[in-house]
Write a protein that binds this ligand. Structure first.
Ligand code: PGA
Length: 249
């Protein structure tokens, strides 16, 4: 059985004043919820340390949004996986479509970052997803399968990483694919992982859906067979919305 994971991606949002939301989430995630669902918040790097201190001992774990594939050295402005771990992160989002678009990250870069995260004993949340043009051209399944083959490290351990399917056109737009399209894509991702790493590893891997997940649509999406949780952007900034999605999971 794969335990669902609901992860919040705060993107470039939040200052110390926002920590109160994480405090509220930590307080509300009681033992009953904790037994049923893993909860994670990925604030900007500036908030990792205080967020991790605040969430310590609660059901909420803290993750980062990106990292360098390199260990240390002359790379001004970059943060290593080791630094993020030292700040209290348990996971790192890699290959988010905004990083692929804004920073030209390719599948090979994403795989290198995921490998750095794994080497540090953390869990990479590896993001994939097609553009609107690719979906309209009927290429979504092929594009995402190719991204999975290129972005998941060849020696990724069973259960040690997560794949998040986030259609680019659904992020922050209020649009979502049909439930059938989400189900088809998640099945395709699991088949691709099985070919890549073997069936047991594919079965152990949690596949998250992301892109305009809200309290109103969370239950029907999370109910799909191959959907093992959600990566939530906008609706993870406020404790009330995020908690509603966690309860749906
Ligand atoms: P959204 O973002 O929930 O605001 O659409 C999801 C994401 O980019 O992870």
């Amino acid at each position: 059985m794969r335990k669902p994971l609901v992860a919040g991606n705060w993107k470039m949002n939040g200052t110390r004043a926002s920590l109160a939301e994480i405090g509220e989430m930590a307080k509300a995630c009681d033992a009953t919820l904790r037994a049923k669902v893993d909860v994670m918040v990925c604030p900007p790097a500036t908030l990792l340390f205080p967020a991790a201190a605040l969430a310590l001992g609660s059901a909420v774990s803290i993750g980062a949004q990106d990292c360098s594939p390199l260990g240390e050295g002359a790379h001004t402005g970059d943060l290593s996986a080791g630094m993020l771990f030292d700040s209290g992160a348990k996971a790192v989002i890699v290959g988010h479509s905004e990083r692929r678009a804004d920073h030209g990250e390719k599948d090979a870069d994403v795989a290198a970052k995921a490998a750095a995260v794994l080497a540090q004993g953390m869990m990479p949340i590896i993001c994939v997803g097609e553009t609107r043009a690719e979906r309209e051209a009927g290429k979504a399944l092929a594009v995402v399968a190719r991204q999975v083959r290129g972005s998941v490290p060849k020696d990724a351990p069973a259960g040690g990483f997560v794949v998040a399917y986030e259609p680019v056109w659904a992020i922050g737009t209020g649009l979502t694919p049909t439930l059938q399209d989400i189900a088809d894509m998640h099945a395709e991702i699991r088949r691709t992982l099985a070919r890549l790493l073997g069936k047991p590893a594919a079965q152990a891997t949690r596949l998250l859906y992301g892109g305009s997940v809200k309290p109103a649509n969370a239950a029907e999406i999370l109910n799909l067979a191959d959907v093992d949780g959600a990566l939530v952007g906008g609706a993870s900034l406020k404790a009330a919305d995020f908690l509603a999605i966690i309860r749906a999971a």
